[in-house]
Design a protein around this ligand. Structure first.
Ligand SMILES: *[C@@H]1O[C@H](CO)[C@@H](O)[C@H](O)[C@H]1NC(C)=O
Ligand SMILES: *[C@@H]1O[C@H](CO)[C@@H](O)[C@H](O)[C@H]1NC(C)=O
Ligand SMILES: *[C@@H]1O[C@H](CO)[C@@H](O)[C@H](O)[C@H]1NC(C)=O
Ligand SMILES: *[C@@H]1O[C@H](CO)[C@@H](O)[C@H](O)[C@H]1NC(C)=O
Length: 193
């Protein structure tokens, strides 16, 4: 039997229409790469933590307020200081000199939260009240402090830093025994109002 030429050409036409109009280009199943992140604001500060050790009460900016049963509040406990809670009110400076004029205060706490390695959890604010900056930036996150650099979250802000969010890269710039350490804080804000 002779094939139905009309039906064949109709099918062919519908195939062509389908191929050219219905789906312009089939999308490959590849996740689109997110756009690169660029901070809207970039700031660098240092802050200085001097832990009370029983002798430096005039100089100390931090105190051990919690200790595990095997320790005390004058000296950080054994087992990687696990269980110690330290509260601080530290000067913030623009350079790495403890004696530079402070531009604000770093206020909050850290908890040592692992027995087999030095690591902490940080929750604190940078509080500014100068002509240069007014307001606060709030930080929170895990601080694996044996790493050269580590990132913590910037979860909000007030004043000049209203509703901000971002990431802060911490680096231990110096430490002296278990009494003094200095952190370099590289602040990258990705939400600026
Ligand atoms: C305060 O403590 C720091 C860190 O231990 C030390 O470098 C500095 O000399 C001390 N200042 C005074 C006045 O004791
Ligand atoms: C705290 O613990 C340390 C280390 O175990 C010890 O040398 C020191 O005497 C203790 N201090 C107090 C006030 O108990
Ligand atoms: C901020 O500084 C101003 C002027 O120096 C002062 O009047 C104000 O009380 C300060 N605010 C806080 C919260 O310290
Ligand atoms: C810390 O350093 C270790 C080893 O270099 C690495 O595996 C880990 O991802 C780092 N962690 C953070 C949070 O940077």
């Amino acid at each position: 039997m002779e094939p139905n030429k009309g039906l064949v050409s109709a099918l062919f036409l519908s195939f062509l229409l389908h191929a050219t109009m219905a789906s312009p280009t089939p999308k490959p199943h590849i996740k689109p790469r997110p756009p690169p992140h660029h901070p809207c604001r970039h700031l660098t500060f240092y802050f200085h933590d001097i832990i009370f050790n029983g002798k430096n009460s005039k100089n100390a900016t931090a105190a051990i307020v919690g200790s595990p049963p095997w320790g005390n509040r004058t000296i950080l406990a054994g087992q990687s200081h696990f269980g110690n809670l330290v509260v601080f009110d530290d000067p913030i400076t623009l350079d790495n000199n403890l004696h530079s004029a402070p531009v604000g205060r770093a206020q909050g706490f850290y908890i040592y939260d692992r027995k087999d390695i030095f690591t902490a959890w940080l929750g604190f604010s940078f509080v500014f009240n100068s002509t240069q900056h007014r307001g606060s930036i709030n930080f929170a996150g895990a601080d694996p402090l044996m790493n050269k650099t580590r990132d913590i979250s910037i979860i909000g802000g007030t004043g000049d830093f209203f509703m901000t969010r971002g990431v802060a890269t911490l680096e231990t710039d110096a430490f002296e025994g278990e009494v003094y350490f200095r952190l370099r804080v590289d602040i990258k804000l990705y939400e600026c109002w």
